[in-house]
Write a protein that binds this ligand. Structure first.
Ligand code: S3P
Length: 429
């Protein structure tokens, strides 16, 4: 699909589910492959990024079968992966390449990881450096910072690492290497990033302790196979939370969404802006909190965000920019420089594209400033830059724009939410 046309929407009504959680899906596949016994994963995300992880794991000798939309994964144990006979293609997925770098650094064989054009431009030093401190033998382009990455796996030793970035990918890569290392691995984050790895490892019997921003992992414990139910992705729900808030007269129920507190920054900020969002039917499944979310349209006011909340809504900042564009008063996002090294430079991409629609948005080095409700956005031609979250954010902006919005490279949504367009159509009728 090349481009998609969005027109001004009528009130959005109904009850929906969204794509399954991408972060939890990657982890469920990788951790199950390292466990003893057969894991059963229900509601695994069916999207290109997870296909990348499954393809890599199959090339590492893992038996993955699908039966009635349930995935069965035969674990090979912590040391049981096989040397791949080809380059492991991680596609567009940063989580796949960074997590697998941690796994493969400690497996006794040679492997090479690479991705698509976007992934091969994304920095890997953040995982390479701590893994090298553990004794890993890793090579990459440009002094080891960019894929393709070549790994000569070997026995590693545990480290005590003070991470300079709040990154769940970095934290998880170190933990995965630490599972096979000699001695304790300790990690301290500057701010709390998503903690799905810690939850899942604990549920699988790993000897892991979390104390605030610190984590300690004692190796030597095999992981036991588990039954997982993957919740809906709050990062996918976010597009509909904002859509139903800003399209007048809307009322939407979004069911079975993961509401782990390390992911709910978007709900907190939207509520602070005046959004009408309520959580119902809260429950905990497999160590992860889930809820149904009710959202009704409301007026928004401006907000300034920075600091500890940023890692808890990092992927939601492009869609939050759309909410900020219709708020009364000015809004500002700071300390979000991480956005520049995602699937695309998301600060530049959202500023350029919303700017084309007439939104008064100013690009800052580490974020953006938005004047707020100056005028309605104008329907024009915009582009996703091949980035799934930019495509979906622009679609939501199109729902309130005057005239038609044409989104180029709209097929990018297949990375995380292939049914996005159908879901949007169903509630816009
Ligand atoms: C992810 C962590 C985040 C997030 C990404 C998925 C994960 O990246 O932006 O979409 O699954 O661990 P960082 O860990 O680099 O912040």
């Amino acid at each position: 699909m090349d481009s998609k046309i969005i027109s001004k929407a009528k009130p959005l009504k109904g009850e929906i589910t969204v794509a399954a959680d991408k972060s939890i899906s990657h982890r469920a596949v990788i951790f199950s492959a390292l466990a003893r016994g057969e894991s059963v994963i229900r509601n695994l995300l069916e999207a290109e990024d997870i296909q990348s992880t499954c393809r890599c794991m199959k090339n590492l000798g893992v038996d993955i079968q699908e039966r009635n939309s349930t995935l069965l994964i035969k674990g090979r144990g912590l040391q049981g992966l096989k040397e791949p006979d080809r380059i492991l293609d991680c596609g567009n997925s940063g989580t796949t390449i960074r997590l697998l770098t941690g796994v493969l650094s400690a497996q006794p064989f040679f492997s090479v990881l690479a991705g698509d054009h976007s992934l091969n431009q994304r920095p890997m030093r953040r995982v390479i450096e701590p893994l090298q401190l553990m004794g890993a033998e890793l090579q990459g382009r440009q002094g080891g910072n960019y894929p393709p990455l070549a790994i000569r796996g070997r026995k590693l030793k545990g480290i005590s690492y003070l991470s300079p970035v709040a990154s769940a990918q970095v934290k998880t890569a170190i933990l995965l290497a630490g599972l096979n290392a000699e001695g304790i691995t300790a990690i301290m984050e500057p701010e709390k990033s998503r903690d799905h790895s810690e939850n899942m490892l604990a549920a699988m019997g790993a000897s892991i302790q979390v104390d605030g921003l610190g984590i300690q992992l004692q190796p030597g414990q095999e992981l036991s196979a588990l039954e997982f139910l993957v919740p809906g992705d709050i990062s996918a729900a976010a597009f509909f939370l904002v859509a139903a808030t800003i399209v007048p007269g809307s009322e939407l129920k979004i069911c079975d969404i993961g509401v782990n507190p390390t992911r709910t920054g978007i709900i907190e900020v939207l509520q602070q802006m005046g959004a009408n969002i309520k959580l119902e039917n809260q429950r905990t499944i497999g160590g992860e909190m889930m809820a149904d979310i009710i959202v009704t349209a409301s007026e928004l006011k401006g907000v300034k965000i920075e600091g500890e909340i940023i890692p808890r809504l990092i992927d939601e900042l492009p869609i939050l920019a759309v909410a900020m564009a219709v708020a009364e008063e000015e809004s500002e996002v700071r300390e979000a420089g991480e956005l520049r090294i995602k699937e695309t430079d998301r600060i530049a991409a959202i500023c350029n594209e919303l700017g084309k629609m007439g939104v008064a948005i100013t690009e800052l080095e580490d974020g953006f400033r938005i004047k707020g409700k100056q005028q309605s956005p104008q329907g024009v031609k915009v582009d996703s830059h091949g980035d799934h979250r930019i495509a979906m954010s622009l679609a939501v902006a199109g729902l309130i724009a005057e005239g038609e919005t044409t989104i180029g490279n709209a097929g990018a949504v297949n990375i995380s939410f292939p049914s996005f367009w159908d879901t949007l159509e169903n509630i816009s009728r």
